[in-house]
Design a binder for this molecule. Structure first.
Ligand SMILES: Cc1cc2nc3c(=O)[nH]c(=O)nc-3n(C[C@H](O)[C@H](O)[C@H](O)COP(=O)(O)OP(=O)(O)OC[C@H]3O[C@@H](n4cnc5c(N)ncnc54)[C@H](O)[C@@H]3O)c2cc1C
Length: 336
């Protein structure tokens, strides 16, 4: 266990915001985490579990305790004729795991290639991209309960995966530290290419092999999304709003070009990026807080913006979308 005091959060958040953490505790083993939560070691609340900091917006110094899970190792747990169960520690970079699986011919998470952050946050967020969601491949999630230090394993159903959501983000928020995630992957690749320009991008590379799907996803991502190493951002700032069919139909009458998708819930999903763009925000900036020039859903820090500047900008955007379309945009990024 490594305890650091008065640490800059700049390297720990993808917006690159300059705030300080009072206490940061890095844990490498379940034993260390258990000691922390069973009361053997005293620490100051509130607690924030921090992965790669790629879905967070800090708006000030953090005065409680930040816990950085650094559990490592990727393991093959079990292999049958058709399936393989792979597990990864919460501290493993997500894309390291995605590449590891593609290199071994294990299919299921290749469409999620290139998403920043660590494996521990993956079930929390139920990350998704290019027609895939992590929840469809997660078998179980091993955790430690933060109130008492006990191990609890959640099976897929208990995780209550939804659109960028899970039990760890809703009713049980902050109550469990994810230590290891188990994935059931396929040995036979059945490519999922029905999303946006993925099929065409794969075609440019040849057959739809696992490797080509991963490369195509990475190519599209790099061409569309800003690299947080160059310009601070946390990916999509808002979730795509899900509305009832009647609302979508009414909007389509007024705005015939509006993209509308079927949602698995039976409702309709609208494109938050399109709504923000139609309100004239794409490429706009107020000081160093801005909206990305290629992707209206991504708010960026051009250099010296504060978390409050970015939050203020997001509130203005939300209001303008509400005023024009009557749609409430929900944050995908968590404001701290
Ligand atoms: C350029 C860019 C592109 C992106 N593209 C996508 C995309 O295509 N699809 C997508 O879904 N997301 C995307 N994201 C968002 C982000 O990468 C994901 O949400 C990612 O899973 C966050 O991981 P993290 O480790 O950085 O989590 P953090 O931002 O550190 O934390 C996110 C939440 O998870 C909690 N948490 C983290 N680790 C643990 C743990 N071990 N136990 C319990 N709770 C934990 C935190 O407390 C917090 O509530 C993108 C972000 C960027 C910057």
């Amino acid at each position: 266990m490594r305890i650091c005091r008065n640490t800059s959060l700049k390297p720990f958040n993808s917006f690159g915001l300059e705030y300080m953490a009072n206490i940061m505790i890095h844990v490498r083993t379940e034993k260390e985490a258990k000691a922390l939560f069973s009361g053997e070691i005293k620490w100051k609340r509130p607690l924030l579990i921090l992965g790669g900091g790629s879905n967070l917006l800090f708006t000030g110094d953090f005065t409680g305790t930040i816990l950085c899970p650094e559990f490592g190792r990727i393991r093959i747990e079990e292999q049958t004729k058709n399936d393989v169960i792979v597990s990864a520690g919460a501290g493993i970079k997500w894309d390291t795991l995605a590449e590891w699986c593609v290199a071994r011919g294990f299919s299921g998470i290749e469409n999620l290639s290139g998403i920043p952050g660590n494996t521990g946050a993956v079930p929390v967020q139920n990350i998704g991209a290019y027609g895939a969601e992590a929840g469809n491949s997660i078998l179980k999630v091993r955790t430690i309960s933060t109130p008492d230090g006990k191990v609890r394993v959640f099976d897929n159903e208990e995780c209550k995966f939804g659109y960028r959501s899970s039990i760890f983000k809703t009713s049980e928020k902050g109550k469990y530290l994810v230590t290891r995630v188990y994935f059931r992957l396929k040995l036979k690749h059945d490519p999922e290419l029905n999303y946006g320009s993925l099929k065409e991008e794969v075609k440019k590379l040849g057959n739809p092999t696992l490797r080509n799907v991963r490369s195509a996803v990475l190519n599209i991502r790099y061409s569309k999304l800003p690299d947080p190493g160059v310009i601070g951002n946390a990916g999509s700032f808002f979730k795509n709003p899900v509305v009832i069919k009647a609302t979508a139909e009414n909007l389509m009458k007024d705005y015939p070009g509006m993209p509308v998708y079927d949602d698995p819930s039976g409702n309709k999903k609208l494109a938050a990026g399109w709504l923000v763009e139609q309100c004239g925000w794409k490429g706009k900036r107020t000081g160093d807080a801005g909206v990305h020039e290629k992707q209206a859903l991504v708010l960026v820090n051009h250099g010296t913006a504060s978390g409050k500047d970015i939050l203020k900008l997001s509130e203005k955007i939300r209001k303008s979308v509400m005023d024009k379309y009557g749609i409430n945009l929900e944050n995908e990024v968590e404001v701290i």
